[in-house]
Design a protein around this ligand. Sequence first.
Ligand SMILES: Cc1cc2nc3c(=O)[nH]c(=O)nc-3n(C[C@H](O)[C@H](O)[C@H](O)COP(=O)(O)OP(=O)(O)OC[C@H]3O[C@@H](n4cnc5c(N)ncnc54)[C@H](O)[C@@H]3O)c2cc1C
Ligand code: FES
Length: 272
Amino acid sequence: MKKIKKLEGEGNHYSVPKLYAINSIKKQTEDEYLLRFDVPLEHEPAQFIQVSLLGHGEAPISICSFQDEYFEMSIRAVGNLTRKLCALKKGDKVGLRGPYGKGYPMESLKGNNVLVIGGGCGVAPMRSAIQYLERHRSDFGDVALYFGYRNPKEVLFAEDFNKWKKTFRVHVTVDKAPKSWKGEVGLITELLQKDSFDNTNKVAFVCGPPVMIKFVIALLKERGFNDDQIFLSHERMMKCATGMCGHCMIEGVYTCKDGPVFRYDGVKDLHG
Ligand SMILES: Cc1cc2nc3c(=O)[nH]c(=O)nc-3n(C[C@H](O)[C@H](O)[C@H](O)COP(=O)(O)OP(=O)(O)OC[C@H]3O[C@@H](n4cnc5c(N)ncnc54)[C@H](O)[C@@H]3O)c2cc1C
Ligand code: FES
């Protein structure tokens, strides 16, 4: 099946959203919904799409899958637009343009052991990299996934864990849990501290809240990771998503076109 390179519609020199029907919408947690579009789209893991509803605005949302015939996005209902998007039904149309930005440079990382570290809804862009790793399993070494959530109700993509456990080492923890929770309780850094990983060719992908990123980076560096072996996803408010408006720029770095995935050595000054 031939994949399409861009989702946008016909327009002037600005990129214009094109309407696409939602092929399925599934509730994942109290606030998160998974939207699937049956469109064969060419993209890198963790690139993002500008999603819009006329009259309600536009927002960047990460692609959370890596498949040939469809793509998915996991949306957390936090504000005006995202609440409207999460209330839509199968067949409803939304405006899409993209994919934009730089995702994980998977091709150049082949041969490495990979640590995937995601916190909360930061697991969404990671899922795209994980599906890539599943499809190219023999090109990579040991793959370990570490996911941290605030509580069991917020565990995102739990339905994927059993499948991933067949191929990768999977570790899940929650900050707080009732007695019925059978898994780990504690911070994601505690999980990482307990694990031993091959210390040779290795890279780490990190996505989550800023405080998690800060402590995870400190720990990875203690464990022998160089700055150029750590990849981070950044979230900044965006407008054009194409490097024209400057809205997402911080200290000369455009999140929309230089990121949202950055190698740590290129953005370490932004992390204090
Ligand atoms: C590169 C990139 C990728 C992203 N990927 C995803 C994704 O895969 N899934 C997803 O759900 N979101 C993702 N986001 C965040 C998403 O774009 C915002 O949540 C969205 O713009 C909110 O729009 P809104 O109109 O619904 O909220 P608004 O009405 O603009 O905001 C309402 C309130 O919610 C707060 N708010 C906004 N965003 C967040 C947030 N992320 N978390 C907590 N509070 C927030 C605002 O500060 C405000 O107080 C991504 C952002 C970027 C930059
Ligand atoms: S969002 Fe306009 S330059 Fe990045």
